[in-house]
Design a protein around this ligand. Structure first.
Ligand SMILES: C[C@H](OP(=O)(O)OC[C@@H](O)[C@@H](O)[C@@H](O)Cn1c2nc(=O)[nH]c(=O)c-2cc2ccc(O)cc21)C(=O)N[C@@H](CCC(=O)N[C@@H](CCC(=O)O)C(=O)O)C(=O)O
Length: 144
């Protein structure tokens, strides 16, 4: 059952624009960042209850995805990370394919496995981790 509610675009223009292009083209345009595939994760705001749409690098394995809360190595977690913990029901759009997933943060060995997959897709993640003391959260999203 897809998420319903009022969509609140990101305050970041480049993010808003990527979501707009991705969705309006049915997942055929605006689907990469520097040539690397991007997915759109629709999540519910933990306070507002509004729908947020967050482009993230596409990290996929056996039908599940990982959302890496890197925010470029910023000292604080991105806000969407808290949304996924508060409301694990999310939608993932991967190109033209969109479906419902359940988000859960992973730790230890499982996190390491997914972290390796993420860095293989987007090596900058490894650099982001050197820029911050916080351990960058990895949230796996599994089909519902
Ligand atoms: C700017 C802020 O965004 P954020 O949720 O912190 O996320 C920051 C970024 O991670 C986010 O913009 C990502 O899309 C950036 N980004 C990536 N960010 C990543 O962290 N990892 C990635 O792999 C990644 C890839 C990527 C690819 C393309 C692209 O265009 C952007 C990409 C934001 O949207 N703030 C809103 C609030 C959003 C929100 O969810 N509010 C909650 C409140 C939650 C609370 O306060 O607890 C609510 O509505 O209830 C605002 O200030 O109004």
């Amino acid at each position: 059952m897809p998420l319903s509610g009022e969509y609140e675009p990101s305050p970041e223009q480049w993010v808003r624009d990527q979501v707009e292009q991705y969705e309006s083209s049915g997942g055929t345009e605006g689907t990469t960042l520097r040539g690397v595939p991007v997915m759109i994760v629709t999540n519910r705001g933990a306070k507002s209850g509004k729908l947020r749409k967050t482009p993230l690098m596409r990290v996929e394995h056996d039908g599940s995805y990982a959302a890496v809360a890197s925010k470029g190595g910023a000292p604080t977690h991105p806000v969407w990370y808290r949304n996924l913990l508060a409301e694990p029901h999310v939608e993932v759009q991967d190109g033209p394919h969109k479906a419902d997933y359940t988000a859960r943060e992973v730790h230890g060995e499982e996190r390491e496995q997914w972290w390796e997959r993420a860095v293989a897709v987007w090596p900058d993640y490894a650099e982001y981790q050197t820029k911050t003391d916080r351990l960058i959260p990895v949230v796996v999203m599994e089909p519902r």
